[in-house]
Design a protein around this ligand. Structure first.
Ligand SMILES: *Cc1c(COP(=O)(O)O)cnc(C)c1O
Length: 234
């Protein structure tokens, strides 16, 4: 079995090849290493291989890992990429660097109020339900410009862009459609709301190439680095 470090090297080769095909500079793309369900020791291995951005889905698990890896805190950017309830905003505002899953003004207002004064502004992406799936969290595209304006005005946040988890599709052409829609939405929001958002958080292990072809600036990759996740059975 390949090691975490070998998987990371292989992933960077995939990212470089996809950037080359898209005529993009590699520095325009950041790898967000999704460490949910994997232990702190796995994060340390990825850190030793050079990774500095880590994504967690579950608030409690993320907070515990940030604490466990406190010795690396200054060098890591921690991203919350999973759902956030309003009763959990306070520890998130104090512990994370980014939140990708904001989809309501109330959550953003709480994060801004609760972001400790000594820290840099919390970096924010709005989560968009780009495939229009009934079961999925995220804003409808039409709601994005209004929320973007309101969130951009909050003092302790810095709105950076949009995040989506598109419906899985098997072929490359179908995979590109929702990613293209998110890119076009970002351009529209910037034009309509007078913003300069620079982040498209899109693309996972299975659809990374399609997302890069459509302009992803941050791909969120878990299983291609750490292997299959095993969820505790309910
Ligand atoms: C788990 C997860 C990922 C990573 O998915 P992989 O298929 O393991 O690469 C990316 N984004 C979000 C929001 C996730 O929950």
């Amino acid at each position: 079995m390949a090691t975490i470090s070998e998987n990371i090297q292989e992933l960077h080769r995939r990212m470089a090849a996809a950037c080359l095909r898209a005529g993009r500079e590699q520095q325009t793309l950041t790898l967000l290493t999704v460490s949910k369900t994997f232990p702190g020791s796995a994060v340390r291995e990825a850190f030793a291989a050079g990774e500095r951005h880590f994504g967690e889905n579950y608030v409690q698990e993320g907070l515990a890992k940030i604490e466990e890896l406190a010795d690396l805190r200054e060098q890591i950017q921690w991203h919350l990429i999973g759902p956030l309830q309003s009763n959990k905003t306070k520890p998130v505002a104090a512990a994370f660097d980014w939140v990708h899953s904001v989809d309501r003004l109330k959550i953003a207002e709480r994060l801004s109020e609760q972001r400790p004064a000594g820290l840099a502004p919390l970096q924010i992406c709005l989560q968009v339900n780009i495939s229009g799936e009934a079961s999925k969290s995220g804003l409808a595209p039409a709601e994005v410009p209004g929320l973007a304006r309101a969130v951009a005005a909050l003092p302790r946040l810095r709105l950076r862009g949009l995040m989506a988890i598109p419906e899985p599709a098997s072929d490359a052409a179908a995979q590109r459609l929702p990613h293209r829609a998110l890119r076009e939405l970002l351009q529209r929001v910037n034009a309509e709301a007078g913003l300069q958002l620079d982040t498209l958080s899109m693309g996972m292990s299975a659809d990374m190439e399609a997302a890069i072809a459509e302009g992803a600036t941050m791909v969120r990759v878990g299983s291609a680095i750490f292997g299959q996740r095993h969820y505790p059975s309910a």
